[in-house]
Unconditional design. Structure first.
Ligand code: PLP
Length: 398
């Protein structure tokens, strides 16, 4: 079966929610993917910041296979060793004391919204999030998402969500009412164009939460698990949340998410108040345990910071060489965006498309910046290969 044949079959049966590249991926190793026609790709997208240890990392694959041979599912009516080991690791390496597991980013954000509401009590239900944010596609998560294009056609959305303009703590303060229970934000906005929140801004948000008795929720679904060069992005920003959500990279491709919080706040979710049939599934949890062990091993996070400096430097070189198309680089760790000029933005889709044709995968985040989120195990040689092909494409378009 060729790419074309797979695409024809897929297009014949799927609901049309995705615009897909015309390739059916059949194999992955490290930072490489192969499609059904046998073409090789250099992957700087990593399943959208999911496959942080690279495709089919041997130790993760082994953990998955071992657990799949032992026990796949029993529901949360029972304990399972991988889920407990995972929760212990998360607690040991974060501010949190307690963990709830689900299967995706949107689901753990839903859990965080429910927790913030039940913990704050009757009448205190409103959550302030930021314009340009992305929190997922379920109804409450999409209501929290500060981008109207994701709301259109799905109204009425669940009530109790307001959005503050990005960057100004006073704009957030103006939205606080006696109904407010929490402020929800990403330490760095990924989907809307790799926009970091400055440490001062985050600190001001933390202070607002303290002053008005609000919970601070960090959506680290994309920034968490080593992506920004520390295990969690907030560690390098000097601000600690009350609740944190994780998903994307946690299972290196298996679906798993976790919501973390403190002992006191967790106490508000009692038996029967929340649940997930598959949440913390043993196979996904076994993969996540292995992911954390590898990321916590000596030198791993340091190597991410090292490769980040290398890639930033190369991308800054690209921006300097093509000033009519790019203005600079932003982001943290290996969650980086090449910021485009107006002219560059017009060409953004074409750049992504031509890189795809040349066997390199990136995306055009928020239709504003070229986003680079390679597996964290990417090598300098692979970064060099990306830069060579990116320059070829930009030369073509110049
Ligand atoms: C991807 C993402 C989500 C949604 O995760 P899903 O697993 O697709 O539900 C939520 N928040 C952020 C910051 C994300 O990047």
């Amino acid at each position: 079966m060729s790419n074309d044949e797979w695409a024809t079959r897929g297009n014949g049966v799927f609901i049309g929610t995705y615009s897909r590249f015309p390739a059916a991926m059949v194999k992955g190793r490290g930072c490489r993917l192969w499609d059904a026609d046998g073409k090789e790709y250099l992957d700087f997208l990593a399943g959208i910041a999911v496959c942080s240890l690279g495709h089919c990392h041997p130790q993760v694959t082994e953990a998955i296979c071992r657990q799949a041979g032992a026990l796949v599912h029993v529901s949360n009516l029972f304990h399972t060793p991988p889920q407990i080991e995972l929760a212990e690791l998360l607690v040991a390496h974060s501010f949190a004391d307690r963990v709830f597991m689900a299967n995706s980013g949107a689901e753990v954000n839903e859990a965080a919204i429910k927790l913030a509401r039940i913990h704050s009590g009757p009448g205190k239900y409103e959550i302030i999030s930021l314009e340009g944010s992305f929190h997922g596609r379920t109804l409450a998560a999409v209501a929290a998402t500060g981008q109207p294009r994701f709301h259109q056609g799905f109204e009425p959305l669940p009530q109790g969500f307001v959005h503050a303009p990005f960057g100004d703590p006073r704009a957030i303060e103006a939205l606080i009412t006696p109904r407010t229970c929490a402020i929800l934000c990403e330490p760095l906005q990924g989907e809307s164009g790799v926009r970091p929140l400055e440490p001062d801004y985050l600190l001001a948000i933390r202070e607002l939460c303290n002053r008005y008795g609000l919970l601070l929720i960090f959506d680290e679904v994309q920034t968490g698990l080593g992506r920004t060069g520390t295990l969690f992005a907030h560690e390098q920003l000097g601000v600690t949340p009350d609740i944190m959500t994780l998903a994307k990279a946690l299972g290196n491709g298996l679906p798993i998410g976790a919501m973390l919080t403190t002992e006191t706040i967790a106490a508000s979710l009692t038996v029967g108040t929340h649940a997930s049939t598959f949440g913390g599934n043993p196979v996904a949890a076994a993969a996540a345990v292995e992911v954390l062990r590898i990321m916590l091993a000596d030198g791993f996070l340091e190597s991410v910071r090292d490769k980040s400096r290398y890639l930033v430097d190369k991308l800054e070189g690209v921006a300097a060489r093509y000033p009519h198309l790019a203005t600079g680089v932003r982001g943290r760790g290996l969650l980086l965006g090449l910021v485009l000029t107006e002219k560059g933005i017009e060409q953004g889709m074409a750049i992504v498309q031509r890189l795809f044709e040349r066997g390199v995968l990136i995306n055009f985040a928020g239709n504003r910046v070229l986003r680079f989120v390679p597996p964290l195990v990417v090598s300098r040689e692979e970064i060099d290969q990306l830069i060579v092909r990116l320059c070829l494409v930009l030369d073509e378009l110049a």
